[in-house]
Write a protein that binds this ligand. Structure first.
Ligand code: TYD
Length: 139
């Protein structure tokens, strides 16, 4: 599988006097076939979500309303913070990155597109375990 870095995506806004319509198609606008969709709302600025890595699943996260921040790190010292605050932008997250979503606005609706069906067994929820796995190949 080709490894892609986390990066922002921008989708075309099909806007006219009636408003906007944003289309995201799997394997076109989204760099994988979409197998699962979930969305997160009712969080606020006190909440931190995520705090896990996925062995297999890639995600695209889109704040279709409101805003949040996404902190991504690779367990090797590289870290970046992305702001999601536009319904026509998203962040691509490859597998095996540690991610945290935080600083949610009260009106935040965070749409999450996933490349795999849900499998709790592919989630790494302990940061120490994540560090061990990503760094064990470097020994
Ligand atoms: P969790 O992974 O803790 O959410 P977040 O990544 O935002 O911190 O998931 C919250 C709950 O929802 C947990 O009980 C697992 C469940 N869940 C599913 O059943 N299916 C899914 O696809 C996801 C993402 C979560």
């Amino acid at each position: 599988m080709k490894y892609l870095e986390p990066h922002m995506l921008e989708f075309p806004q099909n806007g006219d006097e009636r408003g906007h319509l944003v289309v995201v198609e799997g394997e076109q606008d989204i760099p994988f076939d979409i197998k699962r969709i979930f969305y997160i709302y009712g969080s606020d600025e006190t909440v931190v979500r995520g705090q896990h890595a996925n062995c297999k699943t890639q995600f695209v996260l889109i704040n279709v309303a409101g805003r949040c921040k996404v902190k991504v790190c690779d367990g090797k010292g590289n870290e970046a913070v992305f702001l999601l605050n536009k319904p026509h932008t998203g962040i691509y997250l490859p597998s095996m990155v540690w991610k945290e979503m935080y600083d949610f606005s009260h009106d935040s609706v965070l749409l999450c597109l996933a490349s795999e069906h849900y499998d709790p067994g592919e989630y790494i929820r302990e940061y120490d375990e994540y560090l061990r796995i990503v760094n064990e190949g470097d020994k």
